[in-house]
Write a new protein. Structure first.
Length: 452
């Protein structure tokens, strides 16, 4: 039990940590992406504004052929903006007129190649360069004066500001992540301990109750669902302890009468196969419940009740070697076992008063999809009584112990019936039958509690 609780604690802690890591990583990626876009936009806006302002003032200097003024403008702009790598002004043939690097003046330069990040209607373009060194943006603005293109202003900006900001954000988020991660570990351990403490108390109470040491009231740690469950367990334990005492006293009084009853029942059972008789009675009870729920009249219900008692009567002609075989039947034995429906119908045919029971007895192993036996009937061609008996017969077979397996649980049995609904069984009958049995189980439990 402690191992199970430790596994629960480990799973809770692990789930909290996984969620914590996932949320932190997602927030980190989102924050970095937002910061990247924000800083990039700011760099682009400033660079674009700088380029366009130079272009606006350079036009007059170019008309006046004031090259010294152009050099002065380029030099001052370069010195006042440290993230600007270079600035140059070129004429319409891209021959440099003024350059922040005076040695490049007079050269023929082509615009650098790369991916265009933005293009304005006035012709200004912002390009992220593909050639080294990495991280350079080139902004080119046309110099236009009186609708005449005079040249181009080109400046190159190093986006190291963006990279520095990204590194800073990453460092701060990683620091915050470390703090949150360790707090999360502590919180998850505390949470898992808080959750498993009442479960541990309940587990201990169950073990004590199983060992017959019930009676101790369990401690209620909270007033949530687990607290209510603990209170209910305390009430149940008190009730069970009281009933145990009564049962012990009553058991002694009933022991002799039970032993005598068992002897009488054993003597009265079918000496050949005690299982067959008990099975037929149970199938009869179940079929009657289903028939009543379907609204059958008294005459049809009586017919079904008697047919259930006869439904496996043909097995008296099956050899003991087959009927009582512990292992799997071989093909020949299986074919012989399948003939019990025909044998039963043949026996009932001997008495005219029993002829009305022949259809349900002969056809209770027909399948809804036509793959049953002995006649391969399907759907509504199968008598209703036979279809009812088929569901009840299968239910009792699955919920009864057999030499080769233990009885199925109610839940597993219902699952098997539903899985074969529409194939072996009439789907409407399966739905009604499961509804009846679920209601019957609940009602039986309530009656038992009332009787106690």
């Amino acid at each position: 039990m402690l191992t199970m609780l430790n596994r629960i604690k480990f799973k809770v802690s692990g789930l909290v940590l996984v969620l914590l890591v996932a949320v932190t990583v997602a927030l980190y990626l989102i924050t970095v992406s937002i910061m990247h876009r924000h800083i990039l936009n700011e760099v682009l806006k400033r660079s674009e504004s700088l380029s366009m302002s130079i272009a606006a003032s350079a036009g007059y200097s170019m008309l006046a052929r004031d090259f010294l003024g152009l050099d002065n403008t380029v030099y001052k702009m370069r010195e006042s903006n440290r993230d600007v790598e270079f600035i140059y002004i070129a004429d319409t043939r891209m021959r440099v007129i003024a350059h922040s690097d005076i040695y490049s003046t007079g050269k023929q330069i082509r615009l650098a190649q790369g991916s265009v990040l933005h293009r304005r209607p006035d012709g200004t373009t912002i390009t992220e360069l593909s050639d080294p060194p990495p991280g350079l943006l080139e902004i080119a603005s046309p110099i236009v004066l009186m609708n005449r293109r005079l040249g181009t202003v080109v400046l190159s900006v190093n986006n190291s500001v963006l990279r520095d900001a990204q590194r800073l954000v990453r460092a701060r988020i990683m620091g915050a992540f470390a703090v949150v991660f360790f707090l999360g570990i502590a919180g998850s351990v505390t949470l898992s301990s808080f959750l498993t403490k009442p479960i541990r108390e309940l587990s201990a109470g169950v073990e004590e109750l199983k060992a017959g040491r019930g009676g101790r009231r369990l401690k209620v740690y909270s007033y949530d669902e687990l607290g209510k469950l603990t209170e209910s367990f305390n009430e149940m334990t008190a009730l069970i302890s009281d009933q145990r005492g009564r049962l012990i006293r009553s058991g002694k009084d009933l022991e002799e009468s039970c032993v005598a009853t068992i002897r009488v029942l054993a003597a009265a059972s079918d000496a050949r196969d005690p299982y067959t008789h008990g099975h037929s009675v149970r199938v009869s009870v179940l079929s009657m419940l289903l028939g009543r729920e379907l609204g059958l009249d008294a005459k049809d219900l009586e017919k079904i009740e008697v047919a259930c008692l006869f439904h496996d009567i043909g097995k008296i002609k099956i050899p003991d070697a087959i009927l009582r075989k512990q292992g799997k039947l071989d093909p020949d034995e299986h074919r012989e076992m399948m003939r019990h429906t025909e044998y039963g119908a043949d026996l009932l045919s001997k008495a005219p008063s029993l002829h009305k029971y022949i259809p349900p007895v002969r056809h209770h192993h027909e399948w809804f999809n036509g793959s049953g036996y002995p006649d391969g009937l399907q759907g509504d061609a199968i008598p209703l009584a036979a279809s009812i008996i088929s569901v009840a017969d299968t239910y009792d077979a699955m919920t009864s112990n057999r030499p080769y397996r233990d009885a199925f649980s109610e839940a597993k049995t219902f699952g098997e019936l539903e899985s074969f609904s529409g194939r072996q069984f009439n789907p409407e009958l399966v739905k009604v039958f499961i509804r009846i049995m679920e209601r019957h189980v609940v009602g039986r439990s309530q009656n038992e509690r009332s009787a106690e």
